[in-house]
Design a protein. Structure first.
Length: 209
């Protein structure tokens, strides 16, 4: 299986995660932000994508089914699924959710976002990070791109997580976060244009915030 990109810490595959996951080593942590299946992404609100690109993403915005989640969760000891509240019927309950407080109130953006975890330790934890100060504000390569700072914080929720997996890698924020923390990471992304964005971000020695 030929990687799309690889370096000393990061390996990125272009393809469908359902066809690749079973060939990978088991990770310590699966940290991901899968498509929610709600469509209608906006080209406004700081989004730098063209309308044609938004339309293409809407066509790809298909939520993972139960079998896909079974494969994803089996691929790592621990899991953090951002947007996991959309998949409660599949993922079930969580004892230790994560919350990103975006530091905004009363705007058309959500005040925050939630992540489902399968942690058998800990309790709810909140990360406060202003979206206005985020590196993704007005500079997003993907409409649901998460701040690298948020994903670094997420990785650090699992002590000694040496290998990180993101089966819906998008523009590579999880891979970049892992690399910043000197952790190994494997990503899978079905859209080739985002593979190239992710690869370019991972080539950088230091992420410009």
């Amino acid at each position: 299986m030929q990687p799309y990109y690889s370096d000393s810490l990061v390996t990125l595959y272009h393809g469908d995660c359902r066809e690749i996951l079973t060939a990978l080593p088991k990770a310590d942590l699966c940290l991901t932000d899968p498509p929610y299946g709600i469509g209608s992404w906006s080209a406004t609100g700081g989004n730098s994508l063209k309308l044609s690109e938004i339309d293409a993403i809407n066509r790809r915005d298909v939520a993972p089914d139960a079998e896909t989640f079974r494969l994803v969760l089996a691929a790592a000891k621990y899991a953090i699924v951002w947007g996991g509240n959309y998949f409660g019927d599949v993922l079930g309950r969580t004892r230790a959710p994560l919350v990103w407080d975006k530091g905004i109130r009363g705007m058309h953006f959500a005040d925050g976002e939630m992540a489902w975890t399968n942690f058998d330790f800990g309790t709810l934890r909140i990360f406060t990070y202003s979206i206005a100060a985020s590196e993704v504000k007005g500079n997003r390569a993907h409409p649901t791109q998460k701040p690298v700072a948020l994903l670094q914080w997420s990785i650090l929720r699992v002590k000694d997580a040496a290998l990180i997996l993101d089966p819906f890698a998008g523009s590579g924020s999880t891979l970049r976060a892992a690399k910043n923390l000197n952790r190994r990471a494997i990503g899978i992304e079905i859209e080739e244009r985002y593979c190239e964005v992710a690869a370019e971000r991972c080539r950088q020695e230091v992420l410009a915030l």
